[in-house]
Design a protein. Structure first.
Length: 269
């Protein structure tokens, strides 16, 4: 099974990159499942029903989220009917709308796609993501051994710990949230594909997708500054391609993807 994953889509520039390059990436890699993290898609904060539909039309099969999932109030109008949208599964079950994981049917196979949020250095403290993963996998493994996790977390240590904790139990763990692609894509010893962060999709000449001047101002003054998402200029797309053994559920390959002015996309390479 072949999976294409695209990291945090940031604002309208990120959505433009999806519209332009997702069909081309699907043409190159021929994924059977395409997953896009959309938690920053609406001006850097959350997602709308319109954007959710645009991603599906562009070729996404599942949209994952993160700590900004509730920032745009529009989500409460459509999340319960959005069967291809997954928010962090470790929000309280009894009070949280939406799904924490979904199954994608590919011929006779099922891929489970889980969204989890870390707790280290995050503003929200949710249910322990490690114990939540254990709970979900007890149920999911009755259905399939093909499992992809988008782990939306701040610290490298927590992401790596999750990778090693679940090595051999899931097919792939890819981190999101920090917006900078890491250089550590690998297959762990028991067969789990791992990448600390897939990177973001948005403005290239920016600081984590926001206008540099506003970010620099905060560091210079130590005063609260309202960040402004950079919505124009050169773009960047970060993600990865993963190939799984459909019999064992283990990964055979993980390949980082980055498209920007310094790494232009060439369909033929």
């Amino acid at each position: 099974m072949r999976i294409l994953f695209v990291g945090d889509v940031m604002g309208s520039r990120g959505r433009e990159m999806i519209a332009t390059y997702l069909p081309q990436l699907k043409g190159r890699y021929r994924p059977q499942v395409t997953i896009v993290n959309g938690e920053n898609a609406a001006g850097g904060r959350g997602i709308t029903g319109k954007i959710y539909k645009e991603f599906l039309q562009a070729g996404a099969d599942v949209i994952t989220m993160g700590n900004h999932v509730w920032d745009n109030r529009d989500i409460f109008d459509f999340i319960d009917s959005a069967k291809k949208l997954v928010r962090p599964a470790n929000f309280p079950v009894a009070t949280t709308p939406g799904l924490g994981y979904v199954y994608v049917q590919v011929n006779q196979l099922k891929l489970a796609v889980i969204n989890l949020q870390g707790n280290a250095l995050m503003a929200q403290s949710l249910d322990n993501p490690f114990y939540k993963a254990d709970e979900l996998l007890t149920e999911i493994h009755q259905q399939t051994d093909l499992v992809f996790i988008d782990f939306h977390a701040e610290t490298t240590a927590e992401k790596e710990a999750m990778g090693w904790y679940l090595d051999g139990q899931v097919s792939a763990i890819v981190g999101t949230h920090t917006h900078v692609q890491t250089n550590d894509a690998r297959i762990l010893p028991q067969g789990t594909a791992y990448l600390t962060d897939a990177g973001m999709t948005g403005a290239y000449d920016a600081i984590l997708g926001v206008k540099p001047a506003k970010s620099i101002e905060r560091f210079l003054t130590q005063l609260p500054t309202r960040y402004e998402v950079k919505e124009d200029g050169r773009g960047v797309l970060g993600g990865c391609f993963i190939d799984l053994d459909e019999t064992t559920g283990h990964a055979k390959k993980i390949e980082p993807i980055v498209i920007n002015a310094d790494n232009p996309f060439d369909f033929n390479t």
